[in-house]
Design a protein. Structure first.
Length: 613
RNA sequence: GGUCUCGUAGCUCAGCUGGAUAGAGCAGCUGACUUCUAAUCAGCAGGCCGCAGGUUCGAAUCCUGCCGGGAUCACCA
């Protein structure tokens, strides 16, 4: 039974003559009644006032009267200002609980539609850091969320496996590693390769400093500096030009990139070897974070794509060629600028590749809905990309969505690799698990947990704290990541919610009989019980809204509120020692449904539930 | 400078498709374990919802302007 629809039907009949054929169900605002008033649900009648031309108070009274007469589940009502508070019969709540018992999952019905979710998409020259962690958690949970809301989902990423950055790592390894490998140094592959990237930058910096003192450096300074510009400022600004024009290391790296493009066997061999080290490392981190992918795209395979689309655009006169041969599109009619889509030398830019990759994905999967989980610094790029797809009249153009999320700051400010404030993903994961372990060891636990199981619990709890801490924040917002707070396990945290689940499991372990006592005769449900049921009733709609908004934080928030109510319920009401068999049966059944919902919600945000803690 | 975005308690965040006296958590203070796991519960204190206008029965929520933070405006990705 859907109470909203019941009330809507009732109103439609009551105001048959005034409503001019409009379905009043759509005008209903029904919400749980605030604690300070009597009632279970509150109907706001203001939206109906204008159409029906009756004063709010009178209207509320009229509707209340009618609902009480027509709907057996309405026990009573009261009117305060324009608010109609309805109290429902116990029967209604008990029926709701039975409905929950019958359904085996909170997943929404299948939508028979496929969606592709892209996330992570790292460069292969450095290990993953906190920024990637937000991306990965957000992408993976959005994928789960869409799945729960009825889509079939394909997880993907595009791995930036080529370019000058990886060449720097390769070159440094070639020159300075002396054949060392992740195995020989016992280092995780991505960190191993990242170290050589850092080493390259270090050697390059040294080289640059030496050069600045030499004749060539001095004359470059004199020739190019702005008026009154100090040497330090100038050379900071000049770094890229130095790399491109003067630097021996720079030219070696560029040469390597050229060789890579010419498919030089030796370079390609080294490239594959080092990238594979990185992938092995990434895979470990993904596994810990609970992320997996159905299909991978590599930039090395897509970076030449998009040229066909450029031709297509030129033919349609959407794109135009400038005198130097570069190709552009004018997006000023949709509030953007002119955008380059092909360089004058005929090579691709980022945009070219992305146009090609979308097309390829559509060809491969036939998906018209594709989500890009990419930080908000690329808002402009995706606006442009989507606008271009639209102009090219692609059938998937309207299904493209940029899941744009805010940067992660530290309490001290932005993460900066130069200042060494970047938080490494693997370190972070290890820390939260350690913290969970140390918390666990300080607790007085009344039950037996063997050491192996305890380790597994620590992992779930630690990661639960971390994931929840990141995912509870609205994706769009920039967030502050305080490492200290991220391992908190009290209050609005992952472990708090896990704990609610664990309490229920503990009860279920003690309730061995498992006999389904009929709770029909249970009467006078208390407020917490109704509150819990009312929240459970809202869950499907929350899943729907969260999926619609691509916002897993709504799921986190739901789980927290439900857990909070359950903790209060647990504290205030006896379950196993309930006053009657019916009460016990009802509460056990209710507890079971709460656990089911908590687990379902946490499954969406990628957090595992421990059975004990 | 143009465009986009954010601004809610000391701190971190909810609430934003307009609805009753703006909610949590942390930090601070007070209380509750012989009890189904205290990673819990109850209470106190803490707010010109950035500022100023507008829209209306009603604005933290919508619109405009301003102030402040951030992002972006590459033949980089």
């Amino acid at each position: 039974m859907n109470i909203q629809i019941e009330i809507g039907n009732c109103l439609n009949a009551l105001y048959e003559n005034q409503r001019a054929g409009e379905d009043l169900t759509n005008k209903l605002v029904l919400s749980p009644t605030r604690k300070e008033f009597d009632g279970d649900f509150t109907l706001v009648v203001f939206p109906l006032v204008k159409m029906l031309k009756i004063s709010p108070a009178q209207l509320a009274e009229e509707i209340g009267q009618c609902l009480k007469e027509e709907l057996t589940i309405v026990k009573n009502y009261n009117v305060i200002k324009g608010f109609l508070n309805l109290s429902l019969e116990d029967k209604f709540w008990k029926e709701q609980l039975i409905l929950f018992n019958k359904q085996d999952s909170f997943d929404l019905a299948s939508k028979n539609e496929q969606v592709l979710v892209e996330f992570s998409s790292p460069n292969t020259n450095k290990p993953l850091h906190l920024g990637h962690v937000r991306n990965i958690l957000l992408g993976a949970s959005t994928s789960n969320l869409l799945k729960a809301s009825g889509y079939s989902v394909i997880n993907t990423q595009i791995i930036n496996d080529r370019g000058i950055a990886i060449c720097k790592s390769m070159l440094a390894w070639q020159k300075y590693a002396g054949g060392a490998t992740p195995e020989s140094t016992n280092k995780k592959g991505d960190h191993f390769v990242g170290d050589y990237y850092v080493l390259f930058e270090k050697k390059f910096k040294e080289e640059y400093l030496d050069w600045q003192k030499g004749d060539e450096g001095l004359s470059a300074f004199k020739a190019n500096r702005n008026e009154d510009e100090e040497a330090i400022i100038f050379f900071k600004r000049f770094k890229n030009q130095y790399f491109n024009i003067y630097s021996p290391l720079g030219s070696e790296a560029k040469e390597m990139l050229l060789k890579w493009e010419e498919e030089d066997q030796e370079v390609r061999g080294l490239w594959e070897k080092m990238n594979n080290w990185v992938y092995a490392g990434f895979e470990e981190t993904y596994k810990k974070l609970g992320a997996s992918f159905d299909i991978l795209y590599y930039e090395s395979q897509t970076y030449l794509l998009g040229k066909d689309a450029i031709d297509e655009g030129l033919k349609k006169n959407l794109f135009y060629k400038k005198n130097d041969g570069s190709v552009w599109i004018d997006l000023s009619d949709v509030g953007l600028d002119e955008k380059l889509v092909l360089r004058s030398d005929g090579t691709s830019v980022y945009m070219t590749q992305d146009i090609g990759t979308v097309e390829k994905r559509f060809e491969n999967h036939g998906t018209k809905k594709m989500i890009y989980t990419v930080a908000n610094e690329q808002d402009y790029h995706f606006k442009a990309l989507f606008a271009i797809c639209k102009k090219l009249n692609k059938e998937y153009a309207d299904g493209l969505f940029h899941l744009s999320y805010g940067m992660v700051d530290l309490p001290s400010g932005k993460m900066k690799s130069r200042e060494g404030t970047v938080v490494d993903a693997d370190d972070l994961i290890e820390e939260v698990i350690c913290e969970a372990a140390s918390n666990a060891s300080e607790r007085e636990v009344t039950i037996e947990i063997d050491p192996e199981e305890q380790k597994e619990i620590n992992r779930k709890v630690g990661l639960g704290a971390l994931k929840y801490f990141i995912l509870k924040v609205n994706p769009k917002k920039r967030m502050v990541f305080d490492p200290k707070e991220s391992v908190d396990m009290q209050g609005d945290t992952g472990p708090y919610i896990q704990n609610a689940y664990v309490r229920i499991q503990s009860i279920m372990r003690k309730e061995k009989e498992n006999t389904q006592v009929n709770f029909d005769s249970y009467q006078d449900l208390n407020e917490v019980e109704k509150d819990l049921l009312s929240q459970l009733m809202e869950y499907p709609q929350i899943i729907d809204e969260a999926a619609e908004a691509y916002d897993p934080s709504k799921i986190a928030s739901f789980a927290y509120q439900l857990a909070r109510s359950y903790h209060r319920f647990y504290h205030d009401v006896s379950i196993l020692r309930a006053e009657s068999p019916e009460a016990k049966s009802f509460r056990l059944s209710l507890s079971r449904e709460v656990a089911k919902a908590l687990k379902h919600a946490f499954n969406i945000i990628g957090i595992e539930m421990p059975e004990k803690m």
